[in-house]
Design a protein around this ligand. Structure first.
Ligand SMILES: Cc1cc2nc3c(=O)[nH]c(=O)nc-3n(C[C@H](O)[C@H](O)[C@H](O)COP(=O)(O)OP(=O)(O)OC[C@H]3O[C@@H](n4cnc5c(N)ncnc54)[C@H](O)[C@@H]3O)c2cc1C
Ligand code: SF4
Length: 316
């Protein structure tokens, strides 16, 4: 691991200002992703700003009937919150499908949204990777790509976003709140927060340098039946090959978002109009323009079958 300096931030504004002031600075929350990347020297920040002491660990109701989740709320606490379990059960289920109990005790809401891909070529510094080293090429394109994306891909990168929680946040139309180095704040809809790879796969989200996530806000509850199905190689402690988050209303309408298939949580609102007609009808517009590799073409069938299982469970 490369050496680095360290400080504890006293306020969100101070954290953001410090991150902008010191070149190569990074925030650290639970550290469950960042420290692994630092050990492997995939990320080599010169300075760490520990945000764990900030007052950002509350879950509070909003004036319009939603819920405001502090950036430092641990995944375990968020999944167990009675309001989340009652009104946003898809979020609780997605969280509990991720990682392990020990990791969820440390992992935070903001860190989970910003965790980096699990593409094995990204983690192998002997391999080319445009995300790790822009312009070096993509090891996965000609390599083993069973885990990789099938929609929204580019010639530069076919990595997926690994978060389960982010799929549910996208389904629920969450908003990311931030504090910026100049003292201002802003709100970014989750639909605009994560990016597709394009020519710049190393640019993964909408945050500017030094911008700190302070909270994630959920709108008022949707009602309906909340489901999260995750298909993976092991029953636990494994990332999704395909996951489907759904809120289905009694009349068969609803929302769906899919994980394990793209560089960002994948939701196509036009496909949701097909929900009463069944999984095959939804899969068409959901996976339009899919561009799978030889290794991961199975994901197209797997999405449709996982959708069918979700819809059957919702009906039952
Ligand atoms: C073995 C293993 C298995 C896992 N399995 C799963 C799984 O199945 N599903 C799943 O979803 N996840 C899984 N994870 C990932 C885990 O959920 C993430 O590592 C965790 O959510 C990251 O949160 P953290 O607080 O530890 O982030 P950190 O590691 O502290 O930070 C991650 C990134 O977020 C940035 N950051 C942190 N807080 C802020 C903030 N407030 N504002 C701006 N930037 C910030 C950091 O600078 C860093 O870039 C797994 C991890 C491991 C190690
Ligand atoms: S898919 Fe993306 S992360 Fe994986 S090797 Fe290619 S550029 Fe890197």
């Amino acid at each position: 691991m490369k050496s680095f300096t360290y400080e504890r931030a006293a306020s969100p504004a101070e954290a953001a200002a410090a991150a902008a002031r010191v070149p190569g600075a990074r925030f650290i929350a639970g550290g469950t992703n960042l420290l692994d990347l630092m050990r492997l020297e995939i990320e080599t920040p010169m300075h760490l700003i520990d945000v764990n002491g900030l007052d950002l660990d509350k879950i509070e109701p909003t004036r319009d009937g939603g819920l405001r989740i502090g950036a430092l709320v641990r995944n375990t606490d968020l999944a167990a919150d009675p309001r989340v379990r009652r009104d946003y059960a898809v979020l609780s289920r997605a969280l509990l499908a991720g990682a392990s109990g020990q990791l969820r005790n440390k992992a935070t809401t903001a860190g989970n949204l910003l965790q980096r891909t699990r593409c094995p070529y990204f983690y192998d510094t002997n391999q080319p990777c445009n995300k790790r080293l822009p312009g070096s090429g993509c090891g996965a394109l000609e390599g083993f790509s069973r885990q990789h994306a099938v929609v929204g891909v580019s010639k530069a990168c076919i990595a997926t976003h690994p978060s389960d929680m982010a799929i549910a946040m996208r389904l629920l139309d969450a908003t990311v709140e931030t504090a910026r180095p100049d003292g201002s704040t802003r709100r970014v809809p989750i639909a605009d927060f994560h990016r597709l790879p394009g020519d710049t796969p190393h640019v993964e989200h909408a945050l500017a340098p030094g911008e700190l996530i302070t909270a994630v806000t959920l709108p008022k509850p949707l009602g309906g039946t909340h489901l999260y199905h995750k298909v993976r190689d092991r029953a636990s402690y494994a990332f999704a090959l395909v996951s489907v988050a759904a809120v289905i209303q009694p009349d068969g309408n609803g929302r769906i978002a899919v994980g394990g298939v793209a560089h960002k949580p994948w939701r196509v609102e036009a496909a949701e109009a097909e929900l009463p007609r069944g999984a095959r009808a939804v899969a068409g517009p959901l996976l339009a323009d899919a561009s799978p590799t030889h290794h991961n073409a199975f994901k197209l069938t797997l999405v449709q079958r996982t959708l069918a299982a979700v819809l059957a469970e919702a009906r039952a």
